[in-house]
Design a protein around this ligand. Structure first.
Ligand code: NAP
Ligand code: MG
Length: 405
């Protein structure tokens, strides 16, 4: 066998939970360590270790990501009441993704992996649509109230000198009702815009952004203005050089255009739009097992992961000794994404080539008709064969060996 590919800077490796933790180890054993002298700084974000370290391990892993610039993360359990009992937890620890995102100030980009034989519900979507969701503020950090008939509701802002500015929301004369207070921050919107523009330059795709600025003349308009200002001042020349575009429109027009499009761009969404549209787009492309996710910080730090969770139902089957057929593609592409980025930053063309080859081998496996159960249900290939979790990775390796010859 040829010499192993050497790395320079370590990758930050964040291990996780349940079925994805099983897959994590298989990917490393079958597809990575035989070929790469894998250099990682390992953080065990499995729920047991988060509990044992009072979740310090999550914070440490995020800080290491800041230091080294690239991380790869396994799916992790976000505890709820049932998990408190199952794992005998000291506390209902927060979502690791939330903690990491808060430290990195990042934006999440989700994109499907497209293969022949699996046609999206919108068949013209032949290229991936990458959704970027602004994960701060709006209705997710709101204040709401139920208002009794006869009440008057106002917006009141008190400045640092104690001066009040008031604006009437509504006089509730004829009926009880509801009100809601939302906010966002210029610097959060600016970070979001920069993350989108940087990522667009990284993957050489256009950016689409949309709000409802015709109706929301101050709130949504502020998003439009900040995006536009940053684009004009900092990115326009770079975009022209890269041959890509920034396109702004109204959200309803954007939805209509997205449906008619072929994909192949980044769709930057306000928080709520991103929540709704990412589920719509993911479902339309097929399986959760084929959806990748990368967190990009405004200063260019990258954390790669699968968009799906720990696939608990399959894990319980695995624990009972039953065979599983869990799709490892999104987790595998988290690894290839991270290795390619590491290779790019450290000028290691061999490592980048390996990432390309491994992705090619994976897609070829599925296009040859060898796939996990979730894809068998979706694929329109004539000859297809369902394999178990480990066989699927072995089949990829068989093809990887051929590609690398
Ligand atoms: P999930 O793990 O994404 O799985 C939901 C269902 O989707 C599975 O039961 C399975 O359907 C299908 N599925 C998802 N990924 C698949 C794959 N790779 N291969 C085949 N089928 C796949 O979501 P969940 O069951 O709601 O959540 C489980 C745990 O994951 C929770 O503790 C949650 O907190 C955590 N979670 C973590 C992250 C993250 O770390 N980023 C994200 C989401 C959820 P069938 O059962 O029908 O086969
Ligand atoms: Mg959602």
């Amino acid at each position: 066998m040829a010499e192993k590919i050497l790395m320079k800077t370590p990758l930050v490796e964040m291990d996780g939970d349940e079925m994805t933790r099983i897959i994590w180890k298989m990917i490393k054993d079958i597809l990575l360590t035989p070929y790469i002298d894998l250099k990682t700084e390992y953080y065990d974000l499995g729920l047991e270790n988060r509990n044992a370290t009072d979740d310090q391990v999550t914070v440490d892993s995020a800080n290491a990501t800041k230091k080294y610039g690239v991380a790869v993360k396994c799916a992790t359990i976000t505890p709820n009441a049932q998990r408190m009992e199952e794992y005998d937890l000291k506390q209902m620890w927060k979502s690791p993704n939330g903690t990491i995102r808060a430290i990195l100030d990042g934006t999440v980009f989700r994109a499907p992996i497209i293969v022949k034989g699996i046609t999206p519900f919108i068949p013209t979507w032949t290229k991936p649509i990458t959704i970027a969701r602004h994960a701060y503020g709006d209705v997710y950090k709101n204040t709401e109230m139920i208002v009794k008939q006869g009440s008057k509701a106002e917006l009141v802002v008190t400045d640092e000198n104690g001066n009040e500015t008031r604006s009437l929301i509504h006089n509730f004369n004829g009926s009880d009702g509801i009100i809601q207070g939302l906010h966002n921050l210029d610097n959060s919107i600016a970070s979001f815009a920069k993350a989108c523009f940087n990522y667009a330059l990284d993957i050489k795709q256009d950016v689409w952004f949309a709000t409802k600025d015709t109706i929301s003349k101050q709130y949504d308009h502020r998003f439009k203005d900040i995006f536009n200002e940053i684009y004009e001042n900092e990115y326009k020349a770079k975009f022209e050089e890269a041959g890509i575009e920034y396109f702004y429109t109204l959200i309803d027009d954007a939805v209509a255009r997205v449906v008619r499009s072929n994909g192949g761009y980044i769709w930057a969404c306000k928080n709520y739009d991103g929540d709704v549209m990412s589920d719509m787009v993911a479902t339309a492309y097929g399986s959760l097992g084929m959806m990748t996710s990368v967190l990009v910080s405004p200063d260019g730090v990258y954390e790669y992961e699968a968009a799906h969770g720990t696939v608990t139902r399959h894990y319980y089957k695995h624990l009972k000794g039953e065979e599983t057929s869990t799709n490892s593609v999104a987790t595998l592409f988290a690894w290839t994404g991270a290795l390619r980025k590491r290779g790019e930053l450290d000028n290691l063309p061999e490592l980048m080539k390996f990432a390309d080859d491994l992705e090619k081998a994976t897609i070829q496996t599925i296009e040859d008709g060898v796939m996990t159960g979730d894809l068998v249900l979706l694929s329109n290939l004539e000859n297809k064969r369902k394999v178990n979790t480990e066989e699927f990775l072995q089949e990829i390796n068989n093809r990887l060996v051929q590609i690398r010859k």
